[in-house]
Every structure is written in C-alpha cells, then in structure tokens.
Design a protein around this ligand. Structure first.
Ligand code: AP5
Ligand code: MG
Length: 223
C-alpha cells in the first residue's frame, strides 16, 4: 500500500503518519525528518538542504527526488509506505508517477493508492507549531497545549530531551505557509483528478483524525 499524507505545516502529518504506518505495518517516510537528520550529521545532503529549511523554503526537486528514490528502494518499503511531506510540488508528484506508476496507470496519479489531505486553517497551524516539541532521537512529536509529554521536556518513549524545531519561529512559519499555498496546494487538484484524494478534517482530536484517516484508507482499498 502506498499512501501520501498531504497538508499544511502543522496539520498533523507527522503525528498521524507514524500511527498509520504502525497500524498498517508499512514504512513511514518523512522527507523533513530525513533532511533534518542529514543536517545534524553534516552530510552532503544536509549541506545542500540546510539554508532552504532554515528559511522555510523548499529544497530543490532534484535533491529530493534522488533522496526519495534511494529511500523507497530499501527493504522495509516492500509492503508499502506512507509519505509524510512528499510530494511537495507537481514535478515531485510527476517523478513519483514515472518511477512507480509504470504501465497503464502511469502519469495520472495512479502510482499512489490514497492521498489523505489534512485540511486545517492557517491560524490553527500557526498555534500548533508554536507549541510543538519533538524528540530528536525517535522523532516523536508532542504539543504543550494539546499533547504534552508525561514528564515536562522529556520523551515518553525514550526519555530523551525534547527540542523545538528551528523552522518553527513565527517568521519562518509564515514563509512555510506561503510556500505551501503556492507550491504544494496545487497537488490537491492533481490527485483529485486522479480520483485518489480524501479530505480529512484535521481540526478534530488526534484520535478522531486517526479514525477518519484509517476509514479513508480502508474504503479506498475496497474501491
Ligand atoms: P516537514 O518536516 O515536512 O514540515 P512541514 O510540512 O512544514 O510540516 P510539519 O512537520 O511542521 O507539521 P506536521 O504536519 O508534520 O504536524 P505535526 O504532526 O508535527 O518539512 C520541513 C522542511 O523540510 C520544509 O520547509 C522544506 O524546507 C524541507 N522539505 C521537507 N520535505 C520536502 C520536500 N518533499 N520537498 C522540498 N523540501 C522539503 O503536528 C504539529 C503539532 O500539532 C505537534 O505539536 C502535534 O503534537 C500537534 N497536533 C497534531 N495533531 C493535532 C490535533 N489533532 N490536535 C491538536 N494538536 C495536534
Ligand atoms: Mg512533520
């Protein structure tokens, strides 16, 4: 099964995709997590990506495409995967079609089984990002308002110290939202045309959103 979680920054893609990947036993692929790890480790990929991430812009498509090709070739993707934060532009979606959609489905959105669009208003996105804390060791995400960790500042699972993302500063968040509207939102039409898109109300509680997402995936699998 191949899924895409699409939505603005802060809509809950990371929170929900980790849970969906666990329940469906498929790989979780967050391009943002891969890039941030590369920046931390100082690799060539990290050096290419760092300034774009810091400013809230998109890393160039050619960098992302090579990185994703390498990731989906790994053994843990053999049962399927859920993309979190990819594709982000029409060229990225087209690349996915040409790499995975070979055959009669190629080029029409058919490379992906379901695209789950997490619909959330801008004000809520900004509020959620202001309260977000993440575990750098296992990527688990918390929120000081809605999902606080059991012990302040510590990951529930591994006990590691939680950090705030550098690109969650208010000015950078505004730019990320602008980039989302201009470059990523057009993907809604791309996948709607392919009949693969489900819109999910991301303003509800995490459990409610999860139930709706799972339902959309299961209905899609029957269709
Ligand atoms: P990326 O890491 O993908 O960030 P993003 O898309 O901006 O999204 P976020 O991770 O900020 O939010 P989210 O939707 O995952 O929300 P979360 O679950 O954390 O990308 C970062 C950067 O990397 C980009 O700006 C770009 O530079 C680069 N990049 C990445 N992929 C790229 C690509 N494909 N092409 C080019 N460049 C790329 O939730 C947010 C908060 O809300 C958390 O605190 C959470 O606990 C809380 N929360 C979640 N759900 C709920 C709920 N239902 N109710 C209340 N609170 C909730
Ligand atoms: Mg995320």
């Amino acid at each position: 099964m191949r899924l895409v979680l699409l939505g603005p920054p802060g809509s809950g893609k990371g929170t929900q995709s980790v849970r969906l990947a666990g329940t469906l036993a498929i790989a979780h692929i967050s391009t943002g997590d891969i890039l941030r790890a590369a920046v931390r480790e100082g690799t060539e990929l990290g050096r290419k990506a760092e300034s774009f991430i810091r400013q809230g812009g998109l890393v160039p498509d050619e960098v992302i495409v090579g990185m994703v090709e390498e990731r989906i070739a790994r053994a843990d993707c053999s049962r399927g995967f859920i993309f979190d934060g990819f594709p982000r532009t029409i060229p990225q979606a087209e690349m996915l079609e040409s790499r995975l959609g070979a055959g009669p489905r190629a080029g029409n959105g058919g490379a992906i089984d379901r695209v789950l669009y997490m619909d959330l208003d801008e004000e809520s996105c900004v509020r959620r990002l202001a309260g977000r804390w993440t575990c750098p060791a296992d990527g688990r995400t918390y929120n000081q308002f809605s999902q606080p960790p059991k012990a302040a500042g510590k990951c529930d699972r591994c006990g590691g110290a939680l950090v705030q993302r550098e690109d969650d500063r208010v000015g950078t968040v505004k730019n990320r939202l602008k980039v989302y509207l201009e470059q990523t939102r057009p993907l809604i039409g791309f996948y709607e045309k392919a009949g693969r898109l489900n819109r999910v109300d991301a303003s509800r509680t995490p459990d409610q959103v999860f139930a709706e997402l799972l339902n959309a995936v299961r209905q899609g699998a029957k269709a």
